[in-house]
Design a protein around this ligand. Sequence first.
Ligand code: BG6
Length: 484
Amino acid sequence: MAQTIVIFGASGDLTSRKLIPALYELYRKGRLPEATRIVGFSRTPFSDDAWREQLRQSTVRFVGADFRPDVWDTFAPSIRYHPGDIGRREDFESLKSYLAAWEGEGGAARVYYLSTAPKFYEPAIAQLGAADMVVEKQHARRVVIEKPFGVDLETAGRLNAHVHTVFDESQVYRIDHYLGKETVQNVLVLRFANGIFEPIWNRNYVEHVQITAAEETVVGRRGAYYDDVGILRDMFQNHLLQLLTLTAMDPPARYEAEAIRDEKVKVLRAVRHMARGDVASHTIRGQYRKYRDEPGVPAESETATFGVVKLHVDNWRWQGVPFFLRSGKAMSCQTTQVVIQFRRAPHMLFDLGPDSGHEANRLVLQVQPAEGIQLHFHTKVPDEGMKLRLTDLSLRFKEKFRSTMPEAYQRLLLDVMQGDASLFSRADEVELAWGIIDPIQQAWQDGDGPPLSLYEAGGWGPPNATEWMERQNHNWFDVCPVLK
Ligand code: BG6
């Protein structure tokens, strides 16, 4: 089926860093539908050739060893550029005729990819509607909306309402690129394709869950943007809550977009909203020491670059099991992981030694960069009496499958073209996620949250995050993955 992908905000970073490299990779692997056309739309004037040349260079950079000049040369003619301004009605009329002429009589399904600054989402959608470019006659018309989807519940609700004046929800694909990651999808496979985990995946066996997304990188050039956003909006409302829902959800009856999203939504509905009075004791906020020196960041900035949030899922499966969510910039290493910490054996026959008070079985789902799964359990150390040690069984995706992990956008772009919304956020899902984050964000902003703790780059965040966890008789699983 012929496909046209129109990228709005085409001259931006996302197009060159992620979208075009992903489309190129799909093409190289023979997965892009045969008649795929890619049209860039933004204000910067470019000829087709000039744009292609720029994209060629960035694709070489981001695809690395998989870049093949001969493959690029056959792929490149499917890319064109049509300059235009989202604010101008006539530019959409001209885009419409341009697309119709290129697609020819047979027409094509279309993906409108909004890769613009968020303030252009509403005008772009309105223009597409006004130019009569969204009605599905013979072919699908889909819209992809990048994050951030709103900055709080109110703005997300307004944006959803606006989107729905033009598009039906079935045409809308809200991106959370975490869902495009292989290891994130594998949470569902691990849980629901195997019989041994589900029986113990509940409050009877699980003591708590830790979800960490640590980044070694600092805010750097994104200072001006980041300072308005902060860690809760940047990482918690989307990526971390997605990991939480996949970890906590019940099995859907079918592997199908609505069934999966219904189950995720049920989890979000069950997450207890934090009372204002609990925010100071249930969250931690930190800022790395050099953050205020970053370009674009005000000298007095109180924006958090690190956060911990303790959530509860009030349902039969999870009652009483805390979910600790944590993320930070300028940490000791990059690692995104979900740790399922199981309860200790009910009666311990063996002396575990003085330091192992907290050690019990745990399952570590390594999302990135050392994609894998480790199961930790006690083992007898040979020839040392009854001395025990916590050891692990380890699966490494890259070793096991001898393949590199594809970039998330490959899967996501292909799914949009195929009309599969399983890995995209539904309107109610985004709003429910904001509903969980809003009270915390608000309390932090009003000075009702915990004090802002400064931390040195290169560690695991502010020291009080470690002490806070210890006071609850838990330990963070602070282990940098070994990258081979
Ligand atoms: C983005 C955030 O959504 O996710 C960034 O805006 C963050 O601040 C990034 O660095 C992390 O994504 P990944 O795929 O590198 O874990």
